[in-house]
Design a protein around this ligand. Structure first.
Ligand code: PLP
Length: 439
């Protein structure tokens, strides 16, 4: 048995002056709301995604309250966590949805999201996806290129519809985050530069089947300070001044991107962010749209995993667990840090008597790790929780190494609901056609 003690789990974050999530230790047992996570692991097996309903709603209402003076349309970004039960929960409480694919539109329809609460971004919308969006009557497509503008105009013409669109601007803004999630720099594939946007307004007779009703920015993800948002918004305000009477704009969509605490980050609160940007947003006189994803669900989910083996090599110590990079790819992809804690902690353990260990999965890749050089209490068959996995966790998971995707459960006080079954081996091969042995 090894005893490793991580930094104590912050149960509330004094700098935020609020509770960040409802995963807390009570008598050294990790709870999600009123349920012991260990019991959930035993009941549903591992790897297991566990979400807290209270945390999700808490964050949604934090944004809503912070911006209440301008009553924005909040379109939760489906890509962060697209489980139907979570979408339904948010839509039921007044959220709209920000989607990026036909699949996300399909989800939005299943849960009955009103079409006028749906905005659709993505640099590569297909004809079929555009048609589906037009037919459903979504609020607007956020258009990312001149070629896409032409395509939507043609499709609208064929369907004999006038289609509302927003223009996604690439404001060329630096934001301090991982380079893979920067989306507002001119080198990135997203949006159009200011010059192109102006030319679209000048030549808008070329798009007789479109109403240009919105401007859209989304400068990146996990941005912890307001400054880059402010810079981008100011650039858009300048553009608006230039356009003035030429435009029939109604909406300004400032995207998502609000950062959360994974480790020691001290991100702006929704309240601070709102205080800084609202005066600017009021200037533009347009209805504001927000597209938060990570902020709402990021700290509302954990990934529970079982320790399979402990392994010492001459160089390193490994804790081998049953969750791998197919379940949570963020560490491998972005070198992202996730706090990892045992479900049952031993507070008497002294960190200095312990060796650091890498927490790794069973996948045949060296990048298959969940955490490196951690001081964690672990023993075979014990359980660990990887925190902050509610956003871009399950949605980025895969079947790599023919591994079944994890189950997902939603905790609501003393109740737990299975919201996605663990995949079966049959699920893994169901869509394949075995030429040698046709069924
Ligand atoms: C257009 C758009 N809006 C919103 C989001 C959500 O970002 P976040 O989860 O950082 O809030 C994304 C994420 O990539 C996005 O591409």
């Amino acid at each position: 048995m090894w005893f490793h003690q991580e930094n104590p789990l912050p149960e509330s974050f004094p700098h935020l002056n609020c509770k960040m999530h409802y995963f807390i230790f009570i008598k050294n047992q990790l709870y999600c709301e009123d349920l012991k996570v260990y019991d959930l692991a035993k009941e549903f097996g591992t790897p297991l995604y566990v979400y807290s309903k209270k945390t999700i709603l808490d964050h949604f209402f934090k944004i809503k309250r912070a911006f209440s003076s301008i009553k924005p349309i909040i379109c939760y970004s489906v890509k962060a966590n697209s489980n139907l039960s979570i979408l339904k929960l948010l839509v039921k409480h007044g959220s709209g949805l920000d989607i990026v694919s036909g699949g996300e539109l399909y989800r939005a329809k299943i849960i009955g999201c009103p079409p006028k609460r749906i905005v659709y971004a993505s640099v590569g919308k297909t004809d079929e996806e555009i048609k589906d969006g037009v037919k459903y009557g979504i609020l607007m497509f956020n258009v990312e290129s001149l070629a896409e503008l032409e395509k939507i105009d043609n499709i609208a013409n064929r369907l004999r519809r006038k289609v509302d669109i927003g223009l996604r601007i690439n404001p060329d803004i630096e934001s301090k985050t991982h380079e893979y999630i920067v989306t507002g720099k001119k080198e990135s594939k997203f949006g159009m530069d200011f010059h192109t946007i102006e030319s679209v307004f000048i030549n808008r007779v070329n798009y007789p089947n479109l109403n240009i009703v919105g401007l859209h920015i989304h400068i990146g993800s996990q941005i912890t300070q307001a400054a880059p948002f402010i810079k981008a918004i100011k650039k858009v305000l300048n553009l608006l001044k230039k356009l003035e009477k030429k435009s029939s704009l109604k909406y300004f969509n400032i995207g998502g991107g609000l950062g959360i605490t994974y480790d020691k980050e001290k991100p702006q609160t929704a309240k601070d962010f709102a205080r800084r940007v609202i005066p600017l947003l009021k200037e533009c006189g347009l209805k504001i749209i927000l597209e938060p994803g990570r902020f709402i669900v990021g700290n509302a989910g954990i990934l529970v995993t079982k320790v399979l083996y402990l392994k010492d090599t001459p160089k390193k110590r490994f804790i081998i667990v049953d969750a791998g990079m197919n379940d949570l790819i963020r560490p491998a992809l972005y070198n992202a840090y996730h706090r990892i804690v045992p479900l049952c902690r031993n507070v008497k353990l002294k960190r200095k008597s312990l060796k650091p260990a890498d927490i790794v999965g069973p996948i045949c890749e060296t990048s298959d790790f969940l955490g490196k050089d951690r001081f964690i209490e672990a023993r075979e068959n014990s359980y660990l929780a990887v925190l902050g996995c509610g956003a871009y966790g399950f949605t980025m998971s895969s079947n790599y190494n023919s591994r079944r995707r994890a189950a997902e459960v939603l905790v609501d006080g003393k109740k737990v609901y299975l919201i996605r079954k663990r995949e079966s081996y049959k699920d893994l091969v169901d869509k394949e056609i075995n030429l040698l042995n046709p069924r």
